[in-house]
Design a protein around this ligand. Structure first.
Ligand code: HEC
Length: 94
């Protein structure tokens, strides 16, 4: 293949399309990440003691934490990821 400005442009365009597609897949994957125990423990300390004493994970069952954490998510203004992380921590520690 002779390297002309036209073929070079085409190659660059193809590279750009592939990297944009790769980036959006990566972004979607990170938005849907499962809850992380370690991050959740830190978020729990940082956020869940702001308005009241930090609540012991043993206070509630797994299913009760689901509704409570989503209720507190609204109050605390947490992101979806922070909420999943905290929920993972609470459910693994009760
Ligand atoms: C912005 C303030 C605020 C933050 C931050 C907050 N809470 Fe609360 N929380 C409240 C208030 C107000 C109540 C009591 C009234 C209510 O239920 O809305 C409450 C009640 C609770 C209760 C008792 C609910 C019940 O039904 O007995 C639990 C458990 C709880 N919070 C856990 C958490 C956890 C876990 C977090 C962190 C994800 C958190 N809270 C963050 C304000 C907050």
């Amino acid at each position: 293949m002779k390297l002309t400005i036209k073929t070079l442009n085409r190659t660059l365009l193809a590279v750009a399309v592939v990297s944009i597609a790769g980036m959006s897949t990566a972004t979607m994957a990170s938005e849907k990440q499962a809850g992380d125990f370690g991050r959740g423990a830190m978020q729990w300390v940082d956020h869940c003691g702001r308005c009241h004493n930090v609540r012991d994970p043993k206070e509630l069952r797994d299913d009760q934490w689901v509704s409570t954490v989503y209720h507190m998510r609204i109050r605390a203004g947490l992101t979806g990821q922070q909420t999943r992380d905290i929920l993972t921590f609470l459910q693994a520690s009760n």
